[in-house]
Design a protein around this ligand. Structure first.
Ligand code: NAD
Length: 402
């Protein structure tokens, strides 16, 4: 972002405003456990910038969640909504907790507690949460119900990623993966690769990683490597994705013990010979120490922040094209926006309309970014930041903030 501000000749006060969150909220959530004991959880909501519209971003439940991660994710949401030219700002929330240790009834009480703490700073016109790591449509439904109980009115647009029966959008559950597929098709066309001839390696096999593996497989792509937290898998002939998806679901989200591929480490997975590497697990997966070994031609970031700045520099030096997260994984927030539009009209579209809009918006954003990166001879990440920072800065200036 600093580099984009410098390249765009932004004034110091604009840079000062954009480099930190406008507002952040902390809460302590006391939770009654099923055994009658009480535990206290830390929770956060960061509203990074709302110059272009209400702040928008998911709520993550994770044992390592902390205010720094939430700030970074809220910052990325600001650029992501701007790259896609959605009339939204950026925000993010989280609870430091280990969801694997919570029962469903404890999860419901925690979700309702979160909304009780933050309802005063949320609305469809102020700040709109959504699911992220370890939060689900069911958790969104509990949060919506709590919000509507507090305010005494229906307002489904206050939260997205809801179940369809409560005003969710068709196509939301696999929107991030589908958006990723659209971007992979675009980069393949731009670089002269063929989707069904390319070999893919995917790190992470959850909602996003498992989803993109399934879509690539359905489109004839050969997925030679995948991984989850427990292990990686490799098969040079291509992994049978429907079979491994069934294994993952029936083995408590583990890949170990699958008999159609060899088990490999995470380090070996990232170094596999392939055309496209898709990090879809966690932030900081590719670092100074493991980036030299990467031999992919292209990296498509479906996780948020999977490449550290040092690794990014290595990839640039090695001539590896990186499609940045703020474009590549924006399918989820794009369909969240479409969900909100449908909620506002109280009128729901068929999935074909959602897919048409998603296609147009993702492809359009890719083309603008690709052209700028070619014209200015800069990386796609720098092009993405130049486009988004300029849009957000313009909105701040026109409002008279700086
Ligand atoms: P998820 O919890 O469903 O899946 C995460 C996957 O990563 C799991 O398979 C897990 O086993 C694996 N994993 C965790 N640590 C790992 C490690 N060290 N090595 C290898 N694999 C590991 O989460 P998700 O919703 O798929 O999100 C994944 C990433 O995509 C996150 O960075 C998230 O912020 C980002 N993202 C998600 C969405 C969305 O709509 N879900 C949208 C945009 C971005």
């Amino acid at each position: 972002m600093d580099r984009a501000c410098q390249d765009l000749g932004m004034r110091d006060e604009v840079r000062e405003l954009l480099r930190r969150p406008m507002r952040e909220y902390h809460a302590l959530l006391p939770l009654q456990m099923d055994n009658g004991q009480r535990r206290v959880y830390e929770a956060y909501r960061v509203q990074y910038n709302n110059a272009r519209g209400p702040t928008k971003g998911g709520i993550r439940w994770h044992a390592n969640e902390n205010i720094d991660t939430v700030r970074a994710l809220a910052c990325w949401m600001t650029w992501k909504t701007a790259v896609l030219d959605l009339p939204l700002g950026g925000g993010k929330g989280g609870i430091t907790c280990n969801p694997r240790e919570l029962s469903d009834t404890e999860k419901e009480r925690l979700a309702r507690n979160y909304m009780r703490a933050f309802a005063p700073i949320m609305s469809a016109n102020i700040d709109i949460p959504a699911p992220d790591v370890h939060t689900t449509p069911q958790i969104m439904a509990w949060m919506l119900d709590e919000y509507e109980t507090i305010t005494g009115r229906h307002e489904p647009g206050v939260i997205t990623g809801k179940p369809i029966s409560l005003g969710g959008s068709a196509g939301r559950s696999d929107a991030t993966s589908l958006g990723g597929l659209i971007i992979i098709q675009e980069i393949d066309d731009a670089l002269g690769l063929k989707l069904n001839k390319a070999r893919y390696v995917i790190q992470g096999f959850g909602n996003v990683g498992g989803g993109i593996a399934k879509l690539l497989h359905e489109h004839g792509g050969r997925v030679v490597g995948i991984s989850a937290e427990d292990t990686g898998l490799y098969n040079a002939k291509g992994i049978d994705i429907p079979k491994v998806l069934a294994h993952y679901d029936s083995h408590a989200q583990r890949l170990g013990g699958f008999d159609g591929a060899d088990e490999i480490s995470n380090a070996e997975l990232l170094a596999l010979d392939c055309d496209i590497l898709v990090p879809a697990a966690i932030e900081n997966a590719l670092t100074r120490s493991n980036s030299e070994a990467v031999s992919a031609k292209v990296i498509v970031e479906l996780a948020n922040g999977p490449i550290t700045p040092a690794a990014d520099k290595t990839f640039q030096d090695k001539g590896i094209t990186v499609v940045p997260d703020i474009l590549a994984n924006a399918g989820g927030v794009t369909v969240s926006y479409l969900e909100q539009v449908q909620n506002a009209h109280n009128y729901y579209w068929p999935i074909s309309e959602v897919h048409k809009q998603l296609n147009q918006r993702m492809s359009g954003a890719f083309q603008s970014l690709w052209q700028l990166s070619q014209e200015r001879k800069i990386s796609m990440r720098d092009a993405a930041y130049q486009i988004s920072v300029e849009r957000v800065a313009k909105a701040c200036e026109i409002r008279g903030w700086v």
